[in-house]
Design a protein around this ligand. Structure first.
Ligand code: RUQ
Ligand code: CUA
Length: 660
């Protein structure tokens, strides 16, 4: 507290009063006064010369945009938005017929979510650049993005879950990722009074099998007391085989949580021995619950398939001894982070004044000695004093998340005092601190939660931006800040805006990913049932009220580009195949009056736009992606005749008409 700035104290007052932060002094250009020499050095550190590449790919959660964004570090340049849970008109994700099924859920088509935590796949505890996963918080889901195409290829819904916040934290060899429930609800969910919370509401910790692409599956769920489960991290090294989950609201309150769920002095980190869960399940423990959830994936034809699953294995800690232990942890803990050695488990108590660090070795010793304080719902509670390795004092107010640099230091965000503190593992001494603007949530060091961090840069992911950018009306830019951590002192280098609220992010050296990119799809291997592999195969086929247009695109024309004989009441499906076989030549497709987004078709691929014309007339269609000097010429017309008209279906290009 002694190092708190007066602004930090203002913030604390504001937060405790109403949770509204409105007391910033204008800080334009803000931060510590820096000399021109420092500015020049910072500018040089982030300058990526024209034509040069960034050192790292950073994957930023798109927050309530439902998507993932890819940025370069150190420049902070936006490289791509990868649509995940939200429809994305820029490339037709969730609008075209081939991808719609990816957004199916047990609630029907849900074209939005709140995405929080990107998580890279790992091999032997080190990010390997094969996939990145991200959670949907609102309609509980987890997605896989393939990093050879930067496309979402799989989404699995989580049954028996309400609010998938603590997700998708992965095990060191990417066999499982986890999903824990932010909100407890009756399980199975049913119509009972909210006042019966304590007896009936439960949480679940789900383990999802992810090592086989296209076969993500909820392997099992652990039914837990009705707490709010917040975040998680897997053990590694000596603690490999364990997963640690934070919980708050161990008071099991259901109203006015702001006060009621902050009463206890300590909540819990739940330590789960998931190899033990596998053993118990193999010997028949637990039960199979009837549930409904969706598993969606892009199949070999590049078409989304949505399957319904109807059961899940559920075990309770009382079915399986030695499965779960509680580590008492002050005070409404949020993040839980495991250091690169796997020995230390760091929790961020949102309302705590210290950062508690648990020791894995001490935890195992306490379990063996049965050194329990009590049990809660049959789960042994270890003694705080028996498992604690140390407490970091003077850590900043509102510690949330910790990452590691691989050189013996940890970095923890303090939301309330808007700073990041650097402290030494083992001595628990704070060695440096840096203000951030403002109210930092997560932080990210490339590989900073893994066995081998690339500890050169750190990104602060801030919750509030206020005066850092040119104002843009009531909604201001969201922002991240890049900090150099290569020296003893942290050094602020760059502010850069992000899309949606930046929750978590991960980053990886560019060379692990950049040479593995798919440049285009082989036309000869296009197995979409509506693919058209040459202009000679183009045609239009009527099946009742449904009209299939087998169309090709190549610089700079569509075949066919004139179509007649479509009638009001028809459903027209434009199946557009891009015949190009070269990198960076997508074609787009849009039709006047279509109630959907464009198609953006990659070379060798087929994408389908659905169009239901409502009135007779002439309707143009055109390529939306400026593909060549004659891009503006890349267009055509559909003639629509009245309902019941006998107009014959015919199509053509260059004045030659074809009929069936
Ligand atoms: S958390 S509010 Cu990742 Cu700090 Cu979601
Ligand atoms: Cu094809 Cu523009």
């Amino acid at each position: 507290m002694s190092r708190m700035s007066s602004r930090g104290l203002y913030l604390l007052g504001g937060l405790l009063a109403v949770g509204t932060v409105g007391t910033y002094a204008c800080q334009g250009g803000g931060g510590a006064a820096v000399g021109a020499g420092d500015l020049a050095a910072a500018a040089q550190a982030v300058y990526v010369a024209p034509g040069s590449y960034d050192e790292f790919y950073a994957f930023m959660s798109g927050g309530f945009s439902g998507n993932l964004t890819v940025m370069g570090l150190p420049s902070g340049r936006l490289l791509k938005t990868v649509p995940v849970f939200s429809q994305y008109p820029e490339n037709g994700w969730g609008y075209n017929e081939e991808t719609k099924a990816m957004l199916e859920t047990s609630h029907g088509f849900v074209p939005w979510d709140d995405a929080h935590h990107p998580e890279l796949s790992m091999t032997d505890g080190v990010p390997d650049g094969r996939w990145i996963f991200i959670n949907g918080n609102n309609t509980p889901r987890v997605a896989r993005v393939d990093l050879t195409t930067f496309e979402t290829t799989e989404i699995v819904e989580i049954p028996n879950s309400a609010g998938n916040h603590g997700s998708p934290f992965i095990t060191p060899n990417s066999d499982y990722l986890v999903a824990s429930t932010r909100f407890s609800v009756p399980i199975p969910n049913r119509d009972i009074s909210i006042e019966e919370y304590k007896e009936n509401f439960k949480g679940t910790l789900s383990f999802i099998r992810v090592d086989r692409p296209g076969q993500m599956d909820v392997a099992f769920q652990i039914l837990m007391p009705g707490f709010n489960y917040d975040l998680a991290h897997a053990g590694k090294g000596p603690s490999d085989g364990w997963m640690f989950f934070t919980s708050y609201n161990t008071e099991e309150e259901h109203t006015l949580l702001e006060i009621n769920a902050s009463r206890k002095d300590k909540d819990f980190v739940a330590a789960v021995d998931y190899r033990r869960a596998e053993e118990c399940i193999a010997s028949g423990a637990g039960s199979t619950a009837a549930v409904r959830y969706r598993h969606n994936y892009i199949d070999a034809r590049h078409i989304a398939v949505s399957e319904e699953k109807t059961s899940v294995r559920v075990i309770e800690p009382t079915d399986c001894s030695d499965l779960v232990y509680f580590l008492p942890t002050p005070k409404s803990p949020h993040g839980v982070d495991v250091d690169p050695t796997g020995e230390y488990i760091v929790a961020g108590g949102k309302l705590a004044t210290v950062i508690p660090v648990h020791s894995f070795t001490k935890m195992i010793a306490a379990i063996q000695a049965e050194d329990f304080e009590t049990t809660v719902a049959g789960i042994p509670v270890l003694r705080y004093e028996s498992v604690i390795a140390g407490e970091v004092q003077n850590a900043g107010l509102g510690p949330l998340h910790t990452e590691f640099d691989g050189n013996g230091f940890a970095y923890t965000t303090a939301f309330i005092s808007s700073e990041i503190v650097k402290w030494q593992i083992g001595t628990w001494q704070v060695v440096d601190r840096i203000p951030v603007y403002y109210s930092v949530g997560h932080l990210m060091i490339p590989g900073g939660d893994s066995r081998r961090p690339w500890g050169k840069y750190m990104v602060a992911l801030n919750k509030i931006t206020k005066d850092r950018y040119l104002p843009t009306g009531p909604e201001l830019a969201h922002a991240a800040q890049l900090i150099d951590i290569s020296g003893d002192k942290m050094r602020l280098l760059l502010d850069f805006p992000t899309q949606g609220e930046p929750h978590y992010a991960q980053a990886i050296p560019a060379d692990i990913i950049q040479d593995k990119q798919v440049r285009f799809y082989d036309l000869a291997e296009n197995t979409n049932p509506y693919a058209t592999r040459s202009e000679a195969e183009t045609r239009v086929v009527r099946e009742g009220n449904r009209v299939h247009v087998y169309m090709t695109a190549i610089r700079s024309h569509f075949v066919p580009d004139n179509i007649e004989g479509v009638r009001v009441g028809d459903e027209v499906l434009f199946h557009v195949t891009n015949l190009e076989q070269d990198w960076d030549v997508p074609h787009g497709f849009a039709a006047l009056g279509a109630r959907t987004a464009e198609l953006l078709v990659m070379p060798g691929q087929t994408r389908t736009l659905r169009w239901v014309p409502e009135d007779p007339g002439i309707y143009p269609f055109y390529c939306t992606d400026f593909c060549s000097a004659l891009h503006q010429e890349m267009s055509g017309y559909v003639r629509v005749s009245p309902r019941g008209s006998s107009a014959q279906l015919r199509w053509g290009t260059g004045g030659t008409w074809h009929t069936n």
